[in-house]
Design a protein around this ligand. Structure first.
Ligand SMILES: NS(=O)(=O)c1cccc(NC(=O)NCCCCO)c1
Ligand SMILES: [Zn+2]
Length: 260
């Protein structure tokens, strides 16, 4: 089973998952000097609309936590997404064993303490998430960096408060609180965008990435709780202390920025 250790981690994924060795892989290091500033003339404004939902299911995938949030009423459109409408499917995040690392994307070589992914799929063109993941414009993922600070993030706290119930791989529970995905987004809505892939196997090259420039703040304690999840289903405890893929070559892909 793939993971993040030397024997089953990112360096060997391509053996089992050929797409992992492709030319439009994610994450990437965002070199801010080469980001082409996209005068908003070429790119329409990115707009999103989410519902607030309670009783969302959170599960321990063995690679981290994932909140299933299929929101038929949600819409992500504009920006680099052309004329298509994308719908929220799930959100999850990536972290490291210390807060010196943990994000998947890096900015001029700098890693953040973690990275939240809000995963959407193209409902204009495709009939399901699984189908969309087989096409180059199938998914749109919003990436939000975590900075460590003194204020705990109330929305993240709603996730953290359930983690003791899903300690082991395969366990799931419902989040009693109302979750509004909008609250995960930073106040500054400037972002970078490029064409990439899923950052975990099978690494399908199906993602239009939108990575916000401004991080949100979480506390060290909240990250410590993430690292208490177990990658195993039974007694053996192997904590999920890191679950980020290092940056992959950008190659000749365009990296655009939009200062909303
Ligand atoms: N990390 S990410 O690129 O946002 C992303 C988004 C949606 C799906 C995935 N990866 C997968 O679904 N992989 C299939 C097996 C995962 C088992 O935990 C990764
Ligand atoms: Zn992810």
């Amino acid at each position: 089973e793939w993971g993040y250790s030397p024997t089953n981690g990112p360096d060997v994924w391509a053996r089992l998952f050929p797409q992992a060795g492709g030319a439009r892989q994610s994450p990437v290091d965002i070199c801010t000097s080469i980001a082409s500033s996209d005068s908003n003339l070429e790119m329409k404004k990115l707009t999103f609309a989410y519902e607030s939902q309670s009783d969302l299911r959170i599960l321990n995938t063995g690679h981290g936590w994932k909140v299933e949030a299929p929101q038929s009423g949600s819409r992500l459109e504009g920006g680099p997404l052309g004329e298509d409408i994308y719908q929220l499917e799930q959100f999850h995040c990536h972290w490291g064993e210390t807060s010196a690392e943990g994000s998947e994307h890096t900015v001029d070589g700098r890693a953040y303490a973690g990275e939240l992914h809000l995963v959407h799929w193209n409902t204009t063109k495709y009939q399901s998430f699984a189908e969309a993941a087989q096409h180059p414009d199938g998914l749109a993922v919003l990436g939000v960096f975590f900075d460590v600070g003194n204020e705990s993030n109330d929305e993240i706290e709603k996730i953290v408060s359930t983690l003791s119930e899903i300690k082991f791989k395969g366990q799931f529970t419902d989040i009693p609180d109302v979750i509004d995905p909008t609250t995960f987004l930073p106040s500054g809505l400037g972002y970078w965008t490029y064409l990439g892939s899923l950052t975990t196997p099978p690494c399908n090259e199906c993602v239009i990435w939108i990575v916000y420039k401004e991080p949100i703040t979480v506390t060290e304690e909240q990250l410590v709780q993430f690292r208490c999840l177990s990658a195993c289903s039974g007694e053996a405890e192997e904590f999920i202390v890191k679950n980020y893929r290092p940056p992959q070559p950008l190659g000749n892909r365009a990296l655009r920025e939009c200062n909303a």
